[in-house]
Design a binder for this molecule. Structure first.
Ligand SMILES: Nc1ncnc2c1ncn2[C@@H]1O[C@H](COP(=O)(O)OP(=O)(O)O)[C@@H](O)[C@H]1O
Ligand SMILES: [Mg+2]
Length: 359
């Protein structure tokens, strides 16, 4: 099995659209071909790259395993890619698992007892590990030792198990959910940020090269500007635009081709998709810009509440188009402008006066 097949088996995924930041099973195979293999190939994230490069280089010179590394940031920004690069740069085998796959401390003990010196253990979605496994992991990270409990009740015995020095690489989209003691045991934490359009443009051009797809500069810039700061989305939009270029044009991704393709797939100039626009549209046209409860908003667009909350809202909030207030969701003036509508006076300012909550 390749790393990416293993990932497909290890992760569970939800709701998708063309601009979803998560990858599904089929997409992973394509992504594998586009993943940078070395730190030098990684585009953008300059600070993280430099810091991580130092950590790895110093460990190499000392002939030791690098400190444990935590990679945090939203989906699609390169956490899995960096985990694979850490192993590759250390010429070390990579072992893969994920938080949801570790439901018992015993699952983790089994993985740890099979490790060899210098191995890199990648735990994706590490915030979703069970509590007892987490506690076992603290000990393994610090002392390279765990106590395996055999039996139950008064007769239970703890058998100490030595583990050869290894490097743990944890990835999380929710660093805030990690308990302090676990977070503190990582020697280096990298926070990945959304990418600037220039970096996304370079990523799209690099991927086009690997896919053997001919592009013009303003074609890739058009794709980059609709990619929500996220390399995974940029690569996905490129593949859709390439389809369009091959079927409806002469195969070259020009700005006109990129625009026509992305309009067809309903990804607008700001990267909003059909659902994002439906939410804004309902909020402004039907509810006068809010405040309106998220459940009501979900019914209005014919979606589940979770879909609206987890798929559409984070990007709308990030774009400053929608705000969450104690009394419900509110359209910002930018939302009205985005829809080409004139904002009524008052609503936004009144609702925004109250303190915001995250919910
Ligand atoms: N800095 C980068 N440079 C080039 N491509 C990248 C970069 N970061 C991510 N990618 C691409 O985006 C896709 C998703 O990256 P991945 O590491 O799987 O994200 P995450 O694990 O954070 O969800 C990969 O296929 C990879 O090719
Ligand atoms: Mg990942």
């Amino acid at each position: 099995m390749t790393y990416d097949d293993e990932l497909a088996a290890a992760e569970d995924l939800h709701l998708r659209s063309l601009v979803a930041a998560e990858a599904d099973g089929d997409e992973r195979a394509v992504e594998a071909a586009l993943r940078p293999r070395t730190l030098d190939e990684v585009v953008g994230q300059v600070r993280v790259r430099e810091q991580l490069g130092l950590v790895l280089e110093a460990a190499r010179r000392r002939g030791r395993t690098p400190d444990h590394v935590l990679l945090s940031g939203p989906p699609g920004l390169g956490k899995t890619t960096l985990a694979m690069i850490i192993a590759a740069e250390m010429s070390a085998p990579l072992r893969l698992t994920s938080g949801p796959a570790i439901t018992h401390a015993g699952d983790l003990a089994a993985i740890l007892s099979g490790m060899n010196e210098g191995d890199v253990l990648f735990v994706d979605e590490i915030h979703r590990m069970s509590r007892p496994a987490e506690e076992m992991l603290y000990m393994a990270m610090e002392d390279f030792r765990v106590d395996v409990v055999i039996g139950k009740g008064p007769g239970a015995t703890a058998i100490p198990l030595e583990i050869p020095p290894f490097t743990l690489v944890g990835a999380t989209t929710r660093a805030g959910l990690l308990p302090g003691p676990l977070r503190d045991r990582f020697g280096f934490t990298a926070h990945l940020e959304f990418y600037e359009p220039d970096d996304l443009d370079r990523i799209v051009r690099r991927s086009a090269g690997l896919l053997g797809c001919e592009v013009e500069l303003d074609g890739t810039a058009e794709i980059a500007s609709r990619s929500r700061g996220t390399p995974r989305i940029a690569n996905r939009l490129l593949r859709r635009v390439r389809d369009y270029a091959q079927v409806r044009a002469d195969g070259v991704v020009t700005r006109a081709v990129a625009r026509a393709a992305l309009d067809l797939y309903e990804v607008d100039a700001s990267g909003l998709d059909r659902l994002d626009r439906a939410v804004l549209d309902a909020l402004c046209r039907r509810f006068g810009g809010g405040p309106v409860g998220v459940s009501t908003l979900a019914v209005a667009v014919g979606e589940e509440r979770e879909t609206v909350e987890e798929v559409a809202e984070p990007f709308l909030v990030r774009q400053g188009l929608l705000a969450r207030t104690p009394r419900g969701r509110v359209a910002t003036p930018a939302a009205w402008a985005h829809l080409g509508l004139r904002a009524p006076a008052g609503t936004w300012a009144d609702a925004a006066d109250a303190p915001l909550f995250e919910g």
